[in-house]
Design a protein around this ligand. Structure first.
Ligand code: NAD
Ligand code: UDP
Length: 337
């Protein structure tokens, strides 16, 4: 099966390409390199021994998408491409709606023209807003508190309507919890540009001396140690979730929605401790005010994915932090140009 991977040079997309190759799929990467580097593909080749075709392009370029889908005889699309920084989305809502919402509509339109009817979309646990309770199941109410979250919710709603009108399509919405970790080889990992927004890239940059200390955003939440609790999931488990989705429901028409999480919550301080153990470095941190828009706790009920996809996360917190550290210590400045 040939799979077009939009955003395939990015963090989650690149790890998914490796697992696609391992599972016998042929990925084709479509990415505009807005938030990634082409050298990622060289790392994919180093790890797998296989070369992945890469088309540099923007998902808002319909003509290029149709041409790519047709020329490569694509059977299914995994759609990672988009912008993902919550704070930036508040500053630049138009860019977020254009890339994430308009970009997805153009992609689906191109798929329709090319006769490709299977789509897996990167959604997020952010669509649950501030959940009334945990763990979160797929039928929880959805809401959004910022333009990034709203863009994910809008896309989910557009795709739901579209699938209803086109019942022969297979559309899968995967709601990721907090992806962390890297490929165990140390060749691939998360390489944020500028100051990292997410916890683990920040922690690992403190460990290599790129940042002085971590600001822990709030220690007065109603959680066991007062810091925010999240469901951190190894990016390789997340990647495997996409393979399971393609294999199990990607061939069935319908709208399929799954949480991809571990079902376990860890606090900010749990993550700092786990990272210190994995790296042997001590992580300086200071307690800072709460970050606006953050919630106290959020973790998945992943039972539906296990029941219907036969998938569950298997990698431990220790693996997540050890793999993050291997990538960061061997590539302190991220990918080369
Ligand atoms: P990433 O920024 O590393 O990867 C996204 C890739 O898409 C980049 O390579 C970027 O260059 C490309 N891209 C962006 N806009 C594009 C466009 N218009 N046309 C073509 N390519 C474009 O991000 P990631 O962490 O790998 O996230 C992938 C997807 O998963 C995103 O949709 C994100 O919203 C979603 N997601 C991420 C997280 C997370 O914490 N990382 C959590 C939930 C959901
Ligand atoms: N966090 C923190 N300092 C940072 C970044 C994040 O204390 O520099 C906390 C944040 O408040 C939340 C958790 O770490 O409780 C995970 O945040 P992240 O941005 O990685 O993911 P989110 O769950 O917000 O999408």
């Amino acid at each position: 099966m040939k799979v077009l991977v939009t955003g395939g040079m990015g963090y989650i997309g690149s790890h998914t390409c490796i697992q696609l190759l391992e599972a016998g799929f042929t990925p084709v990467i479509f990415d505009n390199l807005y938030n990634s580097k082409a050298t990622v593909n060289e790392r994919i080749r180093l790890v797998t021994g296989q070369t992945v075709e890469f088309i540099q392009g923007d998902i808002r370029d319909k003509a290029l998408l149709v041409k790519t889908l047709e020329q490569h005889n694509i059977d299914a699309v995994i759609h990672f491409a988009g912008l993902k920084a919550v704070g930036e989305s508040v500053e630049k809502p138009l860019e977020y709606y254009d890339n994430n919402v308009n970009g997805t509509l153009v992609l689906v339109d191109a798929m329709r023209d090319a006769g490709v009817t299977r789509l897996v979309f990167s959604s997020s646990a952010t669509v649950y807003g501030d959940p009334h309770t945990v763990p979160i199941t797929e039928d929880f109410p959805t809401s959004a508190t910022n333009p990034y979250g709203r863009s994910k919710l809008m896309v989910e709603e557009c795709l739901t309507d579209f699938q209803l009108a086109n019942p022969d399509w297979s559309i899968t919405l995967l709601r990721y919890f907090n992806p962390v970790g890297s490929h165990p080889s140390g060749q691939l990992g998360e390489d944020p540009q500028g100051i990292p927004n997410n916890l683990m890239p920040f922690v690992s940059q403190v460990a290599v001396g790129r940042r002085e200390y971590l600001s822990v955003f709030g220690d007065d939440y109603p959680t066991p140690d007062g810091t925010g609790v999240r469901d951190y999931i190894h990016v390789m488990d997340l990647a495997d979730g996409h393979i399971a989705a393609l294999q199990r429901v990607g061939i069935q028409s319908g709208l399929h929605i799954f949480n991809l999480g571990t079902g376990n919550g860890s606090s900010v301080l749990d993550m700092v401790k786990a990272f210190e153990q994995a790296s042997g470095k001590s992580i300086a941190y200071k307690i800072a005010p709460r970050r606006p828009g953050d919630i106290a706790e959020c973790w998945a009920d992943p039972a539906k994915a296990y029941a219907e996809l036969g998938w569950k996360a298997t990698r431990t917190l220790q693996q997540m932090t050890e793999d993050t550290w291997r990538w960061q210590s061997e590539n302190p400045k991220g990918y080369p140009e």
